[in-house]
Ligand binder design. Structure first.
Ligand code: PRP
Ligand code: URA
Length: 362
């Protein structure tokens, strides 16, 4: 387990007690402050929250004077559920009911000796799920329609959860959705995502003669694009994307995930010869452990790809963390960020096996 921790001058008094408690229990990523000095709690809270939000840390611990400032700041980051817990019962219920992924304490309200029991209650209590999960899902749904966070390596995670996209994602999650409908919807969602993934394409000014007047206008400035679906399931996204960017070239990477080891096994790779001159979008509906996506991006880079982004429909935090560990500069575009992986490496709640659902093979 990886924990990100951070303190301002008001929480500094708890620093040693927290470090002692976590030693041997978790890998700790420490965002300071390292010496007692006046500091701004948002600077620290936002760094810790970003680590958790982007899956580089599993959980976070923050301390300021009361725990409130840190909590307010941390909750601005996507997927963060931070709460002030200055006693054991709040910590226990904060996990059982609210699945707090960041616990904040107040160095001016509790003594250092109280911190270990609070942390123990939080870490050892399981989330109860069920009605509490339904409530948390309502909070997630209220987060803004397009959210973007930037990782330390520069690669962004952009969640394109536009209402239309969310509606269509809900239908493909449903196990009763037919193969035909699933296939159509995957294409439609991929098509809608084009608006987001191409947002930064450069434009140049041109002159256009309308029936009324000569005017200046904007045109795409010749940026070349390529899409590279990861076989099989990535194929399901290609046509939806090509409808909007018909001149993009198409490469293919063949990978399957070994069901025992969950490691990707490569069986095919062919990309456009001029891949180095193109902006490349690797396509795969599912980002689970991230092994397949990281390997696919590596294959594209080995063949000369320079600017490579990843476009997925559903991602697990573990997959984002893995891809950014290997390719920190890669932008990852997703339609939904799910909770976790199960023991078989499937995304929960996810949609099951995307390849089988697209091609009707099960
Ligand atoms: C699925 C999916 C991804 C991969 C994701 O493919 O389409 O490529 O799993 O898992 P990961 O992030 O843990 O690597 P699968 O291996 O089932 O192959 P298929 O598309 O040929 O069915
Ligand atoms: N591959 C899938 O198709 N679905 C998952 O949930 C994980 C890997």
């Amino acid at each position: 387990m990886i924990l990100a921790v951070g303190y301002d001058h008001g929480g500094f008094v708890l620093r040693a007690a927290v470090a002692d408690f976590l030693r041997g229990r978790a890998e700790v990523r420490d965002f300071g402050i390292f010496e007692e000095q006046r500091s701004d709690y948002p600077d620290i809270a936002l760094k810790v929250a970003l680590e958790v939000s982007e899956g580089r840390a599993d959980l976070g611990v923050l301390a300021c004077g009361t725990g409130i400032g840190m909590t307010v700041a941390a909750n601005k980051m996507r997927g963060i559920r931070a709460g002030v817990c200055n006693d054991v019962e709040t910590a226990r219920l904060g996990k059982a009911h609210n699945n707090l992924n960041i616990l904040a304490m107040g160095g001016r309200l509790i003594a250092p000796e109280q911190a270990p029991a609070i942390l123990e209650a939080w870490l050892s209590t399981p989330f109860e799920g069920e009605r509490h999960l339904a409530r948390i899902n309502k909070i997630s749904a209220a987060e803004a329609s397009t959210l973007s966070t930037e990782g330390l390596g520069g690669g962004r995670v952009v969640v394109f959860n536009h209402p239309l996209v969310q509606h269509k994602v809900s239908i493909i999650r449903d196990k009763n959705t037919s193969v035909k409908e699933f296939r159509e919807l995957v294409q439609e969602i991929a098509g809608l995502m084009v608006y987001e993934i191409t947002r930064n394409l450069p434009l140049s000014e041109i002159e256009v003669e309308t029936p009324v007047a000569l005017t200046k206008a904007w045109a795409l400035s010749g940026k070349k694009l390529a899409v590279v679906p990861v076989l099989r399931a990535g194929l399901g996204m290609v046509d939806g994307i090509l409808q909007l960017i018909p001149n993009a070239k198409v490469g293919h990477v063949g990978l399957y995930r070994d069901p025992e080891t969950l490691k990707p096994v490569e069986y095919y790779c062919k990309v456009p010869q001029d891949i180095g001159e193109r902006e490349v979008f690797v396509l795969d509906p599912m980002l689970a452990t991230g092994g397949s996506a990281a390997a696919a991006i590596s294959l594209v880079k080995e063949r000369g790809g320079q600017k490579v982004s990843l476009v997925c429909l559903i991602a697990a935090p573990e997959g984002i963390k893995r891809v950014h560990a290997v390719h920190p500069e890669t932008d990852i575009f997703i339609a939904a960020l799910d909770d976790r992986l199960n023991e078989h490496g499937y995304i929960v709640p996810g949609l099951g096996d995307a390849g089988d659902r697209l091609f009707g093979t099960r």
